[in-house]
Design a protein around this ligand. Structure first.
Ligand SMILES: [Zn+2]
Length: 307
């Protein structure tokens, strides 16, 4: 059996044919035409699906946003995917392709992939944390995704870290995302007086990580604050969820050589109960592999995914 896994994000849409062992047999991707709104995104999606669909038994989709997994529709999406809120994705795809379609959130399906062939392989009870442009999360309990009452369980980026802290795009203040996302880390370093070789601010995380390796003071301070804030969050998550491990992924994991040990040190200092952390293993493939796995699990009749 082959299934088609699709990963819909704010910058690109990716599709892959995945076999029963989690191997990608074929992959295709296109930029997300956000300027064209829902119709544009759907056109781009169909352009990837149409040439591949005849080869598969089912289609799984992981999309950014809050997903009503029962209906396979987008309950809410931010302006990263303009017009996407309310899209009846499952119905639209099934009308176009005569194959079963299953839809979930992009971080949720990435967690399925990590649990299947990645860093959480063999674990029953774990959570995933993605640190990138934003901060995302997913909870897996007894091998099943936890969705919550309004499909927003695992929104770890909007967990309160500092009361009355930095304003967040969700309308709240002091959310975790405002302290440990990529942009937040770069902003912190620049506020601490960070400067690249030509005297300007650090433009991105990659240069910031280089500055940490070079021992530049503002970058070191920012990375220490980042590790401490992440350890605070891990301490709370551990006490609420008691996972076997927390899998940490997203763009910032590429620079983990400068922060992973520092984070472990902060966790040892701040967390009374040991927290097991592991770097995510599947990188940019987690979304498509996990979406394909979602479809497989449904086709195998596993009781999924209405927790
Ligand atoms: Zn927030």
């Amino acid at each position: 059996m082959l299934t088609l896994g699709i990963d819909i994000g704010g910058t690109k849409i990716r599709a892959a044919l995945v076999d029963l062992s989690g191997n990608i047999r074929q992959v295709a991707q296109t930029a997300t035409p956000v300027a064209d709104g829902r119709e544009g995104i759907l056109r781009a999606l169909y352009s990837l699906v149409d040439p591949l669909v005849d080869q598969v038994d089912a289609i799984g989709v992981g999309s950014a946003g809050r997903i009503n997994v029962r209906e396979g529709s987008v309950a809410y999406a931010t302006d990263n995917l303009p017009g996407w809120t309310g899209t009846p994705l499952k119905d639209l795809l099934q009308r176009r392709c005569p194959k079963p379609v299953f839809v979930d959130n992009d971080v949720n399906v990435a967690a399925l992939a990590e649990g299947w062939v990645g860093a959480a392989r063999g674990l029953e009870h774990f959570l995933c944390l993605t640190l990138g442009t934003g901060v995302g999360g997913a909870l897996v309990s007894r091998g099943q995704l936890v969705h919550g009452a309004t499909w927003s369980a695992g929104e770890i980026g909007h967990m309160l870290l500092y009361p009355e802290g930095r304003p967040c795009n969700c309308g709240g203040f002091g959310c975790l995302e405002q302290y440990v996302s990529g942009p937040a880390l770069v902003r912190s370093a620049n506020q601490m007086g960070g400067a690249n070789r030509s005297g300007g601010p650090y433009p991105d995380g990659r240069l910031l990580f280089q500055a940490v390796e070079a021992g530049e003071e503002p970058a070191l301070k920012a990375i220490d604050a980042f590790c401490r804030d992440l350890a605070y969050a891990l301490q709370t998550l551990q006490s609420v969820f008691d996972p076997e491990a927390v899998i940490i992924g997203g763009g910032l994991i590429d620079g983990r050589q400068v922060w992973w040990e520092r984070l472990a040190e902060q966790v040892r200092l701040l967390c009374p109960v040991p927290v097991v952390t592991r770097p995510a293993a599947l990188g940019g493939d987690a979304g498509v592999v996990g979406a394909a796995r979602l479809a497989q699990l449904h086709m195998e009749g596993r009781e999924w995914p209405f927790l």
